[in-house]
Design a protein around this ligand. Structure first.
Ligand SMILES: *Cc1c(COP(=O)(O)O)cnc(C)c1O
Length: 459
């Protein structure tokens, strides 16, 4: 692999960028120019994160899990940094291709794929046969071959090991994902009679930290054993056992890679230590064992983009109550769902800026609940957090929102989605315009127009 650009020094490329590392004046100027709520995504930081990943895993295929942030500017940055694209839907495959990823750098992981997705991806694969489709169920293979697909495939295995920061993101042991480990060899050898089996894949979940390293190790070591079985001839027992009810390939399979998934954690809290990526990489290589000719692949999503993003929001109301101060802001769970959905912690910093208010450093700290404008009790970014006391008109920055931030945004409560600005060098560029009220009703108006078309015009 080529040298890793972007790593100047540890100082220029810290392991985690904290909310306090962002320049207050610059964020304030952006909010004043583009309005709030505003997502800010720093492409230089995305580049650094890619470089750190590649230098920790120099021999591995590093595939960015696109679902963490699908913005085109981010995808182009990741592509230029040498990562592949790991896509969870046909829509993401389309986005990756549009951002310039060639077919061989696109990996589509079909999780219970809707027919429309399979139709689209099989069409794309006809044009870009180097693309790989990862299957998590035998009947997904049936559905692909029914559509004439006989291209590159990878088998998603359920390793029976889960990890992650919240039950909702632990996928490794969830029955929804992958072929059960004890059936995987047989299924892979059956699949190899119909498609080109080039890899095996498992993903334990999201938010792996030092405490989960043992789980990660056991997942990787199980995948290493499976790969060794598949790259050897099938045992007589397996061959005999399969003879009755179907064909298997008994020769060694030409696996290109073992993909052990993503889930590399990011320290959202200031006192959390960052993940020791080199230690994770070493544990991974160690647990995988010797696999001649087979590459390791990893799929970081969050790690690549999380600390490259902040969400800026303006204080609308300040309401003192007996227990705390409720700070009402113009962003809510429709902009950033993670606190409401996963009880996720995000750092929050007062940037100030309200007319005639003292600078943040000159204010007393107080316990605040930061609440959004949505009619839901869960629509709060934090409870009982001590920050310098905000007043109406101030700006707040919510940190480490670059992953699963804009991506999970919705229009619930008829709230238009926020704008997003991308930073590169000294430049700022609007990459997603703020939605307008007209955007909220567009699909209804389009439906009426379509219906009119079908009936030969409006009546
Ligand atoms: C979501 C996902 C990832 C990335 O997870 P992160 O926690 O963002 O690193 C990788 N692989 C698969 C299959 C995923 O679904």
């Amino acid at each position: 692999m080529t040298d890793v650009d972007g790593v100047a020094s540890a100082e220029a490329n810290p392991v985690t960028r904290r909310l306090t590392d962002w320049d207050r004046a610059r964020l304030t100027a952006l909010a004043n120019t583009y309005g709030t709520p505003l997502y800010v995504q720093d492409l230089d930081r995305v580049r650094q994160n890619c470089a750190r990943m590649r230098s920790a895993f120099p021999d591995a295929d590093v595939r960015y899990a696109v679902k963490a942030h699908t913005g085109r500017a981010v995808l182009e940055t990741v592509r230029e940094a040498g990562l592949d694209a790991e896509c969870a839907s046909a829509g993401e495959v389309d986005r990756a291709l549009t951002a310039g990823f060639t077919g061989e750098r696109v990996h589509y992981t079909a999780v219970n794929p809707p027919a429309r997705d399979l139709d689209r991806v099989v069409d794309i694969a006809a044009e870009a046969p180097a693309m790989t489709i990862t299957l998590g169920a035998v009947d997904t293979l049936d559905r692909l071959t029914e559509r004439g697909y006989d291209g590159r495939a990878c088998l998603r295995v359920n390793p029976g090991v889960g990890a992650g920061h919240h039950a909702k993101v632990r996928t490794g042991a969830a029955p929804k994902f992958g072929i059960p480990y004890d059936r995987a060899e047989r299924v892979a050898r059956e699949a190899a009679t119909r498609v080109d089996v080039v890899g095996i894949h498992a993903h334990a979940g999201s938010g792996i930290d030092a405490d989960d390293l043992e789980d990660h190790r056991s997942l990787v070591s199980r995948m290493g054993s499976l790969a060794r079985s598949l790259t050897a001839p099938a045992t007589d027992e397996l061959a005999a056992d399969s003879a009755d009810d179907g064909q298997i390939v008994t020769d060694p399979l030409a696996l290109e890679y073992v993909d052990v998934g993503g889930g590399f954690g990011v320290p959202y809290r200031a006192d959390e230590p960052p993940l020791d990526l080199d230690a994770v990489a070493e544990a991974t290589r160690d647990a995988l064992g010797v696999l001649p000719g087979v590459d390791l692949a990893v799929e970081p999503g969050r790690y690549v983009v999380a600390d490259a993003g902040v969400l800026l929001t303006r204080v609308n109301t300040v309401k003192p109550t007996a227990s705390e101060v409720v700070v009402g802001v113009d962003a809510g769970m429709t902009d950033l769902l993670r606190p409401a959905m996963y009880d996720a912690y995000h750092p929050i910093r007062l940037l100030g800026g309200a007319t005639a208010a003292p600078a943040p450093a000159d204010r007393e700290s107080t316990s605040v609940t930061v609440a959004g404008p949505i009619c839901e009790t869960g629509d709060v970014f934090c409870r009982d957090r001590r920050i310098e006391r905000p007043v109406r008109g101030d700006l707040l920055a919510v940190g480490i929102t670059g992953a699963y931030g804009y991506e999970m945004a919705s229009q619930y409560n008829s709230r238009p989605r926020s704008a997003e600005v991308a930073l590169a060098g000294g430049d700022a560029r609007l990459v997603r315009r703020r939605e307008r009220h007209a955007d909220l009703t567009r699909v209804e108006r389009d439906a009426t127009a379509d219906a009119d078309d079908e009936t030969g015009g409006s009546r």
